[in-house]
Design a protein around this ligand. Structure first.
Ligand SMILES: Cc1cc2nc3c(=O)[nH]c(=O)nc-3n(C[C@H](O)[C@H](O)[C@H](O)COP(=O)(O)OP(=O)(O)OC[C@H]3O[C@@H](n4cnc5c(N)ncnc54)[C@H](O)[C@@H]3O)c2cc1C
Length: 410
């Protein structure tokens, strides 16, 4: 038995790398193996859209280099896929070798769903947008593109549409639903985003489900929708959500589902000594008192910190109200905090709209507790801290209080 703790972390994204950093900070003698199947040290996925828009150089996307891992004595295994976890022997298998662990972290994130329509398979100019390699490939393609199509009603599809427009390529945005982010925003909020998109010259096509791609010489030359719309383009970007990388849990006894790897509020799975963090963790939130998965950068980092403490034998519960903010084209911003109806469809919503200012605000309630909210519009963030405090406090608000809460500003 080793007289130092051995940690294995699968996935060198923000969750995994943060956990490795914290483990080293608190334990100078431990051994840390960090595995990543991409060829890169940690880079900032949030910076991929500005890189695609050519607003920042690639160097700014990189967060950690090899020297940092050496300095922190983190054994980094790049281009190395962990193939198996064997909980009975407390080892993982990668590259034909076994690596023993006292605590194991699975921080494997998700992979983008391919569009999976006739003609898309193997088309050299139909891209997902998740990795640095995707960003490089799309960026290069845009250099010689005149028309580009973004497909999907998600944040990623939005980022693609905005990047295409910023790169001065004629941009079409195909959305299957009635408006952007239709599981979170209602029609009125959708209108605001629509205006912001049109102001950038983006042609937005709603209610359009892709039927097939037209192919020639290994590339897509056009896309056809089920209602017969046809657009010929040089570049196609797809934002169709993620499939969680849960394969390592299969057959091990670790509980997992479509939504990720199940873990408690300490981010430990049902198998002692094995933890999950970041995008792949379907965790129990003690504040909201429910289980969900959160695909945001801050959540990944915060998970990384908490999970490291627990991997060392501590007992820290993950207490946070997740937040997400983003610009939507030049004319709009969106701020989301806590839960939204895409994660929990049974929430009750109150909302308020100010057409003149282009402001929209929605608050989400679960029974009589505030659990989340959304603010759309530049300068429409006042009161956010108070909302977050109200969520954390678990205070109960009778229904007549809900509408007046939309006016909170302090
Ligand atoms: C283009 C883009 C823009 C985004 N913008 C925002 C934003 O504005 N705000 C925000 O909050 N969030 C944003 N996000 C989401 C945010 O980046 C993610 O929530 C966060 O990076 C997740 O980190 P993670 O460490 O959990 O997983 P990941 O970053 O997905 O890292 C997991 C890593 O593990 C690797 N891996 C998987 N399986 C194995 C295996 N078996 N062996 C070895 N390695 C494996 C994966 O390939 C990957 O490299 C964006 C994401 C993208 C793609």
């Amino acid at each position: 038995m080793a007289d130092f703790r051995r940690y294995v972390i699968v996935g060198n994204g923000f969750a995994g790398t943060t956990a490795a950093e914290q483990l080293r900070k608190h334990d100078l003698s431990c051994e840390i193996h960090l595995f990543g199947d991409e060829p890169y040290t940690l880079y900032n996925r949030i910076s991929l859209p500005p890189m695609l828009r050519k607003q920042i150089p690639e160097a700014k996307v990189m967060i950690r280099d090899l020297a940092w891992h050496e300095e922190h004595r983190i054994d980094l295994h790049l281009r190395t896929r962990v193939e198996r976890v064997v909980p009975e022997e407390r080892v993982v298998v990668a590259d034909g070798k076994t690596y023993p662990y006292d605590a194991l972290l699975i921080a494997t994130g998700g992979r983008p769903n391919p569009i999976g329509k006739p003609g898309s398979d193997g088309a050299g100019n139909v891209y997902n947008f998740q990795y640095l390699d995707d960003t490089r490939a799309i960026s290069e393609r845009l250099e010689s593109s005149k028309v580009a199509v973004a497909i999907g009603g998600s944040y990623i599809a939005y980022e693609l549409a905005e990047a295409f427009a910023t790169r001065k390529v004629e941009t079409h945005w195909l959305i299957r639903g009635p408006h952007f982010l239709h599981r979170v925003l209602d029609e009125l909020a959708g209108e605001f985003v629509d205006l912001a998109a049109k102001d950038e010259g983006v042609h937005v096509h709603y209610g359009q489900e892709v039927a097939e791609f037209v192919r020639s010489n290994g590339e897509a030359t056009g896309v056809r929708t089920q209602s017969g719309l046809e657009i010929a383009a040089d570049c196609y970007g797809v934002g169709f959500g993620l499939t969680m990388n849960t394969e390592l849990a299969a057959g091990t006894g670790i509980e997992y589902g479509k939504n990720g790897i199940l873990c408690d509020d300490r981010l430990e799975t049902n198998v002692g000594g094995i933890y999950a963090a970041g995008d792949v963790a379907d965790f129990f939130d003690p504040t909201l008192e429910m289980r969900y998965r959160m695909g945001t950068w801050n959540n990944a980092g915060a998970h990384g910190k908490v999970v490291a403490i627990n991997m060392m034998g501590g007992s820290e519960r993950y207490h946070d109200v997740p937040e997400y903010s983003s610009q939507l084209f030049k004319g709009q911003t969106i701020t989301q905090f806590g839960l939204a109806p895409d994660l929990q469809p049974d929430l009750q919503t109150v909302r308020k709209i100010d057409r003149e200012k282009g402001w929209y605000r929605a608050l989400f309630f679960w029974e009589d507790r505030l659990v989340g909210g959304l603010m759309l519009g530049k300068g429409n963030r006042a009161g956010k801290r108070k909302y977050v405090e109200a969520i954390k406090s678990k205070e109960r608000f009778p229904k007549p209080d809900w509408e007046p809460m939309l006016d909170w500003t302090a």
